[in-house]
Design a protein around this ligand. Structure first.
Ligand code: MSP
Length: 499
């Protein structure tokens, strides 16, 4: 049995609305899930990260209890993704009863296996990052490097995780691509982090944070929000497949989900690499999970900038995807807004790079690529087929199959690296090739010369290609792909209206 392709997004903090940065990671994951669903099965997980001081503080500012606040927001996020054609298989909330029990089971297991110890502790903590920061990381004026906040001074008794015991194994796994980190620059960065003596044992419980999951063996403490969060990737699968875990060894639990576990790829931003590349596998190793059962790859995306800085709730410089989608729905008088923004984020940002976004830029990319290249090719070929009464012309099945295989091979080569940017570039290139093919073949002259057989063969070749393209575009442009199919079948529809 082929393994189910398992892809995840980070789970998002419930302290604000989804912005373009969240939309980007979610869209990449959704696209990959759809690509793999075309050939095998896939499991696409997303959800919400609801505990911790950052969320509690925001709830208080807005005059809600954290539970009320996160209930409201989680609902909104779930709705937003659905409206945007984000087709997840499971949506986890860290406040789900199941997840809370699972997180407790995990921390109890870590303790039982001797991976935790108690310690008095003094450190700096940035609520924006939900992370301890070392003095050397601070920006001028003592601010957290990403969040423009002055960290709090924490002085409490905590349970510590003995990360130092696992650093060597993790270094080895990352060096040998046992856990692959893409792009290479991020992999190098993680290897450097592993050299840093400050990346060492850290506190996994908090004494003064009440909005968290209680530590079962020490009721004065709650579980550090990042532990709670990282284990969503496992707890969601366990919940989805209804696998019992209480009182069981984790390796037995994993055996029950071996058709989907481990994650094939975690999509995440560069700001949370340390947690995913170092802490997450270290916890799994500490629980006795074998090396071949660790996440296989981390795909680290760049940041969408706005006004030159990372878009973030803390800085308040967000661009909201709904606004852009709504604008294009209106301008095109269709529901194509989703696909237009989707295309933009997948095409504009080479995986791993940063990108800036403005509505004008989305418009430019829409006109020059979707309208002029993709839409134009489809309408030109179909228009011609209609004019010459060759709407049913196709090349013979065997030839069509060979063509399909050739295109699949090219796409697979790019998708093996999860490179949706390059895969889309290839599809665009095929559209352009058809355009050039028309110029060279000059079907109108064939018609004039009465060379009908050759005309039919040519048009058939292009129509077959359009059918293949309509299918191949589906994961990237789910809605438009449907319109492409209808167009090729003779419906009177407009693919990408000019604006
Ligand atoms: N809750 C944690 C993740 C826990 S995963 C076990 C978190 N949440 S977040 O809501 O702050 O960010 C979630 C993801 O969105 C991160 O991968 C982050 O990199 C990404 N982005 C947030 N702002 C972004 C941009 N401006 N651009 C691209 N991605 C951005 O971190």
């Amino acid at each position: 049995m082929t393994k189910t392709f398992f892809v995840t997004t980070p789970i998002y903090y419930m302290n604000g609305h989804p912005h373009l940065g969240h939309y980007y990671a979610t869209t990449v994951a959704d696209t990959l899930a759809r690509i793999f669903a075309q050939k095998q099965t896939s499991f696409f997980l997303t959800g919400t990260d609801e505990h911790g001081e950052k969320v509690a503080k925001k709830a208080q500012e807005r005059g809600y209890t954290p539970q009320e606040f996160t209930d409201k927001l989680a609902e909104e996020w779930r709705d937003t993704w659905q409206k945007m054609d984000i087709d997840y298989n499971y949506f986890i909330r860290t406040t789900d009863e199941h997840h809370k029990q699972f997180a407790q089971y995990i921390i109890q297991n870590l303790k039982d296996r001797g991976a935790l110890y108690e310690q008095e502790y003094q450190a700096l903590y940035c609520i924006g990052a939900e992370s301890f920061v070392s003095k050397s990381e601070l920006r001028e004026g003592g601010l957290c490097p990403d969040h423009d906040e002055t960290p709090q001074v924490i002085d409490e008794r905590n349970w510590f995780f003995s990360l130092s015991d696992y650093k060597a194994s993790i270094r080895n796994l990352i060096e040998t691509d046992g856990i692959k980190i893409t792009p290479q620059s991020r992999k190098n960065e993680v290897l450097e982090m592993l050299d840093n003596p400050e990346v060492t044992d850290f506190s996994v419980t908090r004494e003064r944070v009440s909005w968290g999951i209680p530590v079962p063996f020490d009721t004065d403490q709650t579980i550090y929000v990042w532990i709670d969060a990282l284990f969503n990737y496992l707890s969601a699968v366990v919940a989805h497949y209804d696998v019992p875990f209480q009182g069981r060894d984790i390796t037995d639990v994993l055996a029950d989900i071996e058709h989907v576990w481990p994650p094939d790829v975690h999509i995440l931003g560069k700001d949370i690499v340390k947690f995913h590349a170092i802490y997450w596998p270290a916890f799994l190793l500490a629980l006795g999970v074998s090396e071949d059962n660790l996440p296989r790859e981390l795909l680290v995306t760049g940041m969408f900038l706005s006004q030159g800085r990372k878009m973030s709730k803390s800085l308040g410089n967000m661009v909201f995807p709904q606004d852009i989608i709504e604008f294009f729905n209106q301008e095109t008088q269709t529901q194509r807004g989703n696909d237009i923004l989707r295309y933009y984020v997948l095409r504009e940002m080479r995986l791993g790079n940063d990108g800036d976004i403005t509505q004008e830029r989305v418009e430019e990319v829409y006109q020059s690529e979707l309208v002029n290249k993709v839409g134009n090719t489809f309408h030109r070929v179909v228009g011609m087929a209609r004019k010459y009464e060759l709407m049913d012309a196709r090349i013979p099945d065997q030839k069509a199959q060979r063509l399909q295989e050739k295109i699949d091979t090219e796409l697979d080569r790019r998708i093996e690296k999860y490179d949706v940017y390059e895969a889309l570039a290839y599809l665009l290139h095929l559209c352009q090739e058809i355009g050039q093919g028309i110029e060279t073949a000059k079907p109108w002259e064939m018609k004039k010369q009465g060379n009908i057989q050759e005309l039919e063969r040519q048009v058939g070749q292009w129509m077959t290609l359009l059918e293949i393209l309509a299918h191949a575009f589906a994961p990237y442009l789910p809605d438009s792909s449907q319109v492409m199919k209808e167009l090729v079948q003779g419906a009177d529809v407009r693919l990408f209206p000019r604006i």
